[in-house]
Design a protein around this ligand. Sequence first.
Ligand code: GLU
Length: 469
Amino acid sequence: MTVRVRFAPSPTGMFHVGGARSALQNWIYAKQQGGVFVLRIEDTDAARNKPEWTEGILSALDWIGISRGSYEGPYFQSANAGEHRAAAARLNESGRAYYCDCTREDVQARTGSQYQGYDGYHRDRGLGPGPGHALRFRTPDEGTTVVVDLIRGEPTFENKLIEDFVIARGDGSPVFLLANVVDDMTMGITHVIRAEEHLPNTPKQQLLWEALGAKPPIWAHVPVVVNEKRQKLSKRRDKVALEAYRDEGYLAGAMRNYLMLLGWAPSGDREIVPWSVIEDEFRLDEVNLSSAFFDEKKLRAFNGEYIRALPVAEFIDACQPWLTGTGTIAPPPWQPEEFDADAFAAVAPLAQTRIAVLSEIVPNVDFLFLASPLIDEAAWTKTMKDGSAALLDDAVAAFEALESWDAESLKSTLEAVGAERGLKLGKTQAPVRVAVTGRTVGLPLFESLEVLGRERTLTRMRAARLRLV
Ligand code: GLU
């Protein structure tokens, strides 16, 4: 039997990191089993779907390595509407479903208590189809439904506690529970790997599989992804969109490595491992039961390591979208004609060891391309003290006298200027850094000055000196 798994996102918002994690788990499982990965876009909620969300899913999957053309699909759930309706009709004809026109209030009026699920009122009343008549599945009164779950063992549900749930609404449209099952059935899905939040749906869905005369799939419910307060990641509260991480400059390799650690870990004490190791070692049945903390700080640290591991040429290439501003990435503060690729290449190795996400390249190098630096006023006020004007005067004079404009000479020259005042290099270089780059932190100063060049460095130092008058 060929293993067939599917990833079935609903295109109702930005693509969620939790979804990306499930997609990768499905992807690897299919690969390990010599199986097929199917992508199905569950687009039946017409009011909430937008085509751009579908495009976002496809491009985000592509970015993390599930590339277009290398899987089956995308299929669109809406295209199977006829099959969903036919299945609802079949269940009705076979007596496994019945019509009901009760509102919630009706049920509550009958049961008196708080609404605790449908009371089965129309089970045997023979109501026919009609506007406003929903179709409900007749769940068995006895017995249990045992879900075979690769991660959770065999969660067992008492059938009598499962209400007669709706499978088609009053307007005849089938609901998610049914459409999802019918699609899995027609697509020959053997393993359903999805988020834990769907576990309560599973006994109902398994009953539908059986009632439709098919063998249910093997299930695997992977733990939910939570924030630092152990709350389920939410798109309203947390940064959940994979695209947001991509645009901030997370590398796809770091991202997918990190996502796979949500609920699982490779052997040994390792976390950062080549993708091939994850593909070999990942075991679905080793995935944890407890919720997985999406730790953005840790992801940042991961990403920094991935950035440092890049060959410099690749790092330079990887920075290009932030240096030029492409697609959804904002343009940098300099004009395209101000950019100097040679100057960038000269400082790139220095930046590579310092940034954790690629977008941070911009504030680190903008001083090189802007006619005058973007002065951070708070940094200026904090740094420029009483003696700064005189110090800058002396530094300008000493730099003017330099024969060779190189990092080493610049450093020893400024060190000497500081020593005359009894200042350590750190204190001496701070006003120079703010004058030239506008900031208190950045790339190593003397290498920066070497690349910026004599004329521009001195002009900026003189301009800063004038501001201090
Ligand atoms: N469209 C559903 C979701 O995004 C799919 C659930 C499933 O994987 O079965 O939650």
